[in-house]
Design a protein. Structure first.
Length: 128
């Protein structure tokens, strides 16, 4: 699905949500959430392509795939947490959305620890 189809789907959903918001807020919210999930599902194929290309580049540059995998997981966590937080925020739960974002940041920090250790070890070896 290209960007014009995604924008078209989003515009139709927006029109439906705005039309139904006052008459049936639950259905309006469900349309909004379903549209977001559909857009995310349509983006899975390009996301897989991006990850495959990054892996090819890393292989060509002799980058350790362990670190590349960690970086890709960090990127995925950031996008998934942001996507989920926006859906929750759209439902009017800004506090819960902030908690999702906080949890995503904690998971990112946990994954980043091994990379930070390697960077610090490398700096210490260069300085000694």
């Amino acid at each position: 699905m290209d960007i014009l189809q995604i924008v078209g789907l989003a515009l139709i959903a927006t029109f439906l949500v705005l039309t139904l918001k006052w008459q049936s807020p639950t259905i309006a919210f469900l349309i909004s959430m379903l549209t977001g999930v559909l857009i995310f599902a349509f983006l899975l194929s390009p996301i897989k392509l991006i990850f495959a290309e990054i892996e090819k580049l890393a292989g060509a540059a002799n980058v350790d795939l362990k670190f590349l995998g960690t970086i890709l997981k960090i990127i995925a966590i950031a996008y998934i947490a942001e996507f989920a937080a926006q859906i929750v925020r759209d439902s009017g739960e800004a506090g819960l959305a902030a908690k999702i974002e906080f949890a995503g940041k904690i998971f990112i920090l946990v994954l980043a620890i091994p990379i930070v250790k390697v960077v610090i070890d490398t700096i210490m070896r260069v300085l000694s």
